[in-house]
Structure formats: C-alpha cells, structure tokens
Design a binder for this molecule. Structure first.
Ligand code: VGL
Ligand code: ZN
Length: 183
C-alpha cells in the first residue's frame, strides 16, 4: 500500500517476558514479523517506552506499575526478532520525563527530537498500520492521537498483546467505534 507505514508499539522485553509481561506477546511478535514479510516496501517506526529509574508510573513513586522499560536495561530493548528492521532515527521514545505518564507514542521523540507525528508527515504517510503492546494503553492512545491528527489508522488485531483480556476487547470495541479500522 502506497503512503503506508507500520508503527510497532512497545514490543520491548519488559512487556514480553519482563516485569510487565503481557498476554499473547509471543504470538503478537510472530504475527507482526509475518506481516512485515521478506520484502516490505513500507517504513517501520518503533515506539519505545523509556523511563528513568524514578518514573512517576512506578509503584515506589505512587504509580500503578512495577518498574519497567528503565533506560539502559534489557527490559527497554526492542525484541530481537525486529533487530533487522530497527533504525535509530525511526525509534520514538516516550515516558522519559520522570513526572509525566505518557501512554501515547504520538508525541514520542527520536534522537533528533522529531515526534512520531512529524516524521509520519515528513514521510507523506497517510495510512498508519499499528500493532504492539499494550492494546489498552499505548496502542489505543497512539491510535487515537493518530486519528485525531488526520491519519487513517488500521490496528492489526492479531498483532497485539494486552495487560488484561477484558480490557483488550473493550479497547478494540472503543477504537472501532471511533473510526479506527481493525484488520
Ligand atoms: C504502557 C503500561 C506502562 C504502554 C506503558 O505503553 O502500554 N503500559 N507503561
Ligand atoms: Zn511505561
């Protein structure tokens, strides 16, 4: 599909086998790798949760989550099955401000300080295909922000992992009602 891009959200170790391991992560990774295929023609952008050790979303700071995706740890690395697709300038980091929870990848920034939204516009992308972790949090918030910004958004429902099954299906229903395509 011309003018399309794939955005892979938080397919990083703490959400796969670490402190916040999510349901169906292995299947989501395998299905995403299959979707990408051997000769993909679309850019692949990676959203990465990337917290300082004292982040406000951690239980010790009064937040809801165990420490996860701490900068410089294995838990913050993208899963190895995507290594051959990862380009640093297309990695968008979020949650770096210790005082701010940031579920959406839309305002995530690459090493040059460009946001995901800016780079998708620079690439003249119109259709954003999304997959990743967690359906109820980062995937949903990123999809909604992309839609608000005017992109056509498709979520690959077999390429998602979630914190809780119930929340996963509620998030899918909500996204569909808002005009996000499920494929
Ligand atoms: C996320 C929980 C904590 C997410 C981030 O990106 O889905 N979930 N931090
Ligand atoms: Zn986080």
């Amino acid at each position: 599909m011309k003018n399309s891009a794939l955005v892979v959200v938080d397919m990083i170790y703490d959400f796969i086998d670490g402190s916040l391991a999510c349901l169906w992560a292995d299947k989501a990774i395998a299905n995403t790798v299959q979707y990408i295929g051997e000769e993909h023609a679309f850019p692949i952008l990676f959203v990465r949760d990337h917290h300082p050790a004292n982040h406000c979303s951690f239980v010790e700071q009064g937040g809801p989550w165990p420490p996860h995706c701490v900068q410089g740890t294995r838990g913050a690395e993208v899963h190895k099955d995507f290594s051959r697709f990862v380009e640093e300038e297309l990695c968008f980091y979020k949650g770096e401000n210790p005082a701010l929870e940031q579920y959406s990848g839309f305002e995530g920034k690459n090493e040059a300080g460009q946001t995901l939204g800016e780079v998708l516009s620079l690439l003249e992308v119109e259709n954003v295909v999304l997959c990743g972790i967690a359906t109820e949090y980062c995937v949903r918030n990123t999809a909604e922000d992309l839609l608000k910004a005017g992109f056509k958004v498709t979520v690959l429902k077999d390429c998602l992992a979630c914190v809780e099954e119930k929340g996963h299906y509620e998030a899918l229903d909500a996204m569909k009602a808002e005009g996000i395509r499920l494929a």
